[in-house]
Write a protein that binds this ligand. Sequence first.
Ligand code: FES
Ligand SMILES: [Fe+2]
Length: 430
Amino acid sequence: MNAPYSVSDYSHLVQRDRVHSAIYTDPAIFEQEMARIFHRAWLCVGHEAELPNPGDFRATTLGRQPVVMVRGDDGQVRVFMNRCRHRGMTVCETETGNARFFTCWYHGWVYSNTGPLQDVPGPAGYGADFCKDDLGLTPVPRQASHRGFVFASLAPDGPSLAEHLGPAARYLDIYMDASPLGQIAVTAGVHRTRYRGNWKFVGMDGYHPHYTHRSVLDAWRRRPGGNMADTHHGDPFADESGNLTRDLGNGHVLLDFLPGRSANLDRYLDTLRRQPQGEQYIQAMLDTYGEARGRELLAWAGDPHVGVYPNLQLIGVQIRLVRPLAVDDTEVLMFPGLLQGVPDSINSMRLRQHESFYGPAGAGSPDDAELFERNQEGLKADVEPWLHLGRGLNRERLEADGTRTGLIGDETTQRGQLRGWLRLMSETPA
Ligand code: FES
Ligand SMILES: [Fe+2]
């Protein structure tokens, strides 16, 4: 097909109520996403709690660039480019583990887990001008964190993490503060999925559950119990539920279930009390945070349902990281966060709830992945390439702080993400 668009100006591909499907299918646009978004913007690498002990590491990628996040022997978490300073091989060859040193398999250069080059084989072959101090592992150009969430940017300059997160930062707090200690453990492993579809399909869609997940909603209605099932008679996705979609700016969006959950909080707390040691958890939250904030945090249930653009989503217990591999190939990593300072039964309950919807045999997520693949297939029929994303434009509100809100099934979230996408894709490198 002759592309009716230029890949240097994307503004005509993302319009008020429609988007051109090439942004999901064109490999040239995907290449630009790698360069302009994934090799430049703030990306979440993971959470410090994944690495409780000195030497714990996880290797991953930022866009296409291999990195390793490691807690050094000094206790500090750093993100390094996973590249030997000799001839450039990856120095960390396994995805997770514990190491005091990273030894390159090629010629045996040895790096400590805090970064410096420690040793080289055959040092007599190097003259006096060979300076090991200059040849440590290369840190990512910028690294910052919020509540233990580690972010990195491959661009040396740009907005600070706080500027990038803006109002989204408080939703990271809501995830963490489901623990009366404000701390999590991320030691329950990772649950991952991969689908043959574009990365921008994942998450933040309050319109589809009545159709894609109808059997789940039917079950919630028949058998309440749980922070979603106890909301609005088992239908938190009803327009009348009071729940909202929010566009926080910079591509950050959320499905805000707080209105519906607050209205039905007493019913949910009764469910929680019936769980082993549920009362103990409720009391710990109220003792730590006080009555008003404690009740609000219990209503949130540690589930801000927020998408921090471009690659982090906090949904239910999950720290969800989205890894685009190709224009039509995406991996999603889901790390369950375990609350610190709560009875084991509470974490067990949260994990079982996660598995029931998101697990490999769950009633929800596998259907989403199937739909994403069919979506990618349908987009091959591009005689008429425009997609409609106008739901709720007729009732979307622009708030005083510049954020936008819609009803829970409105496409405020999709439009917000694509505004963030357009902004990142349109910025010229510094
Ligand atoms: S490439 Fe790493 S030691 Fe040679
Ligand atoms: Fe879904």
